[in-house]
Design a protein around this ligand. Sequence first.
Ligand code: KG4
Ligand code: ZN
Length: 366
Amino acid sequence: MTILGIETSCDETAAALIEERRGRFRVLKSVVASQIKIHEQYGGVVPEVAARNHLITLLPVIAKTLGKTIPDVIAVTAGPGLVTSLLVGVQTARTLSYIWKRPLVAVNHIEGHVYANFVGENSKFQIPNSNAKNKADANFVGENSKFQIPNSKVRFPAVVLIVSGGHTELVFMKGHGQYELLGRTRDDAAGEAFDKGAKVLGLGYPGGPAIAKAAESGDPKKYDFPRPLLGSGDANFSFSGLKTSLLYRVRDMRAAKVRFTKKTTTDLAASYQQAIVDVLVAKTTHTARERSVRTVLGCGGVMANTLLRQSLNTRLSQQGVYFSVPPINLCTDNAVMIAAAGALKARRKEFTSWNAVDAMSQWEIA
Ligand code: KG4
Ligand code: ZN
């Protein structure tokens, strides 16, 4: 079975072709056309501009991905995201499904992020293998499903930390495709905290990579920033106060005529990043302990952050918990993850007919 994944929920136009044959699952092609250069000048994503550029870019991206192949299944991100952006992917997928007479799977973008964890290193991975070679493989059979995925160390139930530009959530994952929301941000997402913080520091867009880069040469202990809701005992987050605290700090320093050297900026970036990471790590380790899980899955664009990856890995392994995280290029938006989540749904025959699928900008997985 070959699956075409299509992703246009925000500012990346992406397509990927993955193949499943006799239990082997591999990525044949993945193309991501980023619009970062276009939105950079506005300091953030402009929905109208994003949709127009998806329109221009998507068909060439799909053509480059497929070559002469007509896939067996089409998987498309139907939500959540910017509705005008989503519509471009959804309408294209509907059209291809109708013309090629191929079944269509509507994929939740966040579930796509989760399934980036099941794409093995170097984009080669195996799924449904009825001849499981060892007992560990048998653990990857989802409930009510013959679907097996070889992330050989993952044990369900697991706790999932989702950190992207629009989402910050802790989810309890009972098995493949089964999610229960444990907590979420009350205001800004972690990615937004990075993006808005970078704006305050004049570091450009997108803010996550910019802050991470500046932080490399900064002192994370130089400035004291709040760790919102750190000890609240639940799985909820709040990042808007942290962002405001950075804004006020910079404003006060400017008012006091502090000279902003490169060192000032890198120290502020490092201290600010440390505050975000501390909260994410504390909440995740707390939730993993409370739920007595043996696996934590991390996903979403902010998971590309090296400090966050390393800190979670260290803290969770001290707790005896396995931390699974996708390779960095599969943390930020891509279509491999959409095709992977789509493969699970296709195996379960969870298709939507071409004339019924629609963009759902607020679609929640739990
Ligand atoms: O998942 P994603 O690519 O798109 C959404 O679904 O939102 O996440 C984008 C977010 C942005 O806020 C971006 O600043 C953040 O991920 N991000 C990072 C890093 N790379 C991307 N945040 C921190 N450190 C990074 N290295
Ligand atoms: Zn995303």
